[in-house]
Design a protein around this ligand. Structure first.
Ligand code: NAD
Length: 256
């Protein structure tokens, strides 16, 4: 066996039909992990198959669907070692006109679902004395931007969930960490470029240069594979001493 190879683990990754989740599934499969990819978009099935992962279709705004996804991973693979909470959406609008249903949808998907998935995964991790929870937060877990009240609130909340899970998991072999990326080149960002262009009355290229990369020291969007590599590390044996941390991968955005 390759001395650098990862110990094969069972992983559940959410939000896997595109972007960061797709890259994480691919990376985990390359590391030899058994992966259940969970997404509400049926297109995720083909994406998962291509990577060598199993697929479970679920709308994670539904609590029972969160629990069923974890049970499916345990039924297929016998246990669950790694949980990556990644599924997310964005809605950009000022607080004054922010629709209540969008607020609830974002909090349900991006804060309540990670809590319920963590809760459902916990017994299997505890029984095996080994678990890794990796929460894909955002630079918007550290700072705010106008127009993103629900997203910023959900991501700040995710840091609180991560820290609490780290404290509760410390004696049980379970670590929990959050990743805080700035803009990653994914469909979620492509949609935002159009939304923000409308909101600021700008051309799309101006939005990228003057809004998205305004605070970045490195003036480019992040590649999803760059995020996946860091997830791979945080989910590894080597990261056993790392817990309760928020890892910025933000092009230097929060360095100032
Ligand atoms: P993406 O749109 O490519 O992927 C999001 C995934 O979530 C999709 O596969 C989508 O089908 C899935 N999803 C949406 N609603 C769902 C639901 N109700 N149930 C199950 N799955 C659902 O976006 P991405 O950029 O890869 O985002 C992934 C995560 O990374 C999100 O949590 C996002 O907030 C975070 N993030 C992204 C960026 C960025 O710039 N792209 C930056 C920081 C953090």
């Amino acid at each position: 066996m390759n001395a650098n190879a990862a110990t094969p683990r069972v992983a559940l990754v959410t939000g896997t039909s595109s972007g960061i989740g797709e890259a994480v599934v691919r990376h985990f499969c390359e590391l030899g992990h058994q992966v259940l990819a969970v997404d509400f978009n049926p297109a995720g099935e083909e994406v998962a198959e291509r990577a060598g992962a199993a697929f479970h279709q679920a709308d994670l705004t539904d609590g029972d669907a969160c629990r069923a996804a974890v049970q499916d991973a345990i039924r297929r693979f016998g246990r669950l070692d790694i949980l990556v909470n990644n599924a997310g959406i964005q809605h950009v609008s000022p607080i004054e006109t922010f629709p209540e249903e969008k607020w609830r949808h974002i909090i349900d998907l991006m804060l309540t679902a990670p809590f319920l998935l963590t809760q459902a995964a916990w017994p299997s991790m505890r029984e095996n004395g080994w678990g890794r929870i990796v929460n894909i937060a955002s630079v918007h877990a550290q700072v705010a931007s106008p127009g993103k009240a629900a997203y910023v609130s959900a991501k700040h909340g995710m840091i609180g969930l991560t820290r609490t899970a780290a404290l509760e998991g410390g004696e049980q072999g379970i670590t929990a960490n959050a990743l805080c990326p700035a803009y990653v080149k994914t469909p979620l960002v492509d949609n935002q470029i159009a939304d923000q262009a409308r909101m600021h009355g700008m051309e799309e290229q101006e939005v990228i240069e003057q809004v998205m990369l305004k605070n970045a020291a490195v003036k480019r969007l992040i590649d999803p594979d760059e995020v996946a590599s860091l997830v791979g590390y945080l989910a590894s044996d080597a990261a056993g001493a790392v817990t309760g941390a928020s890892w910025n991968i933000d092009l230097g955005w929060t360095a100032q």
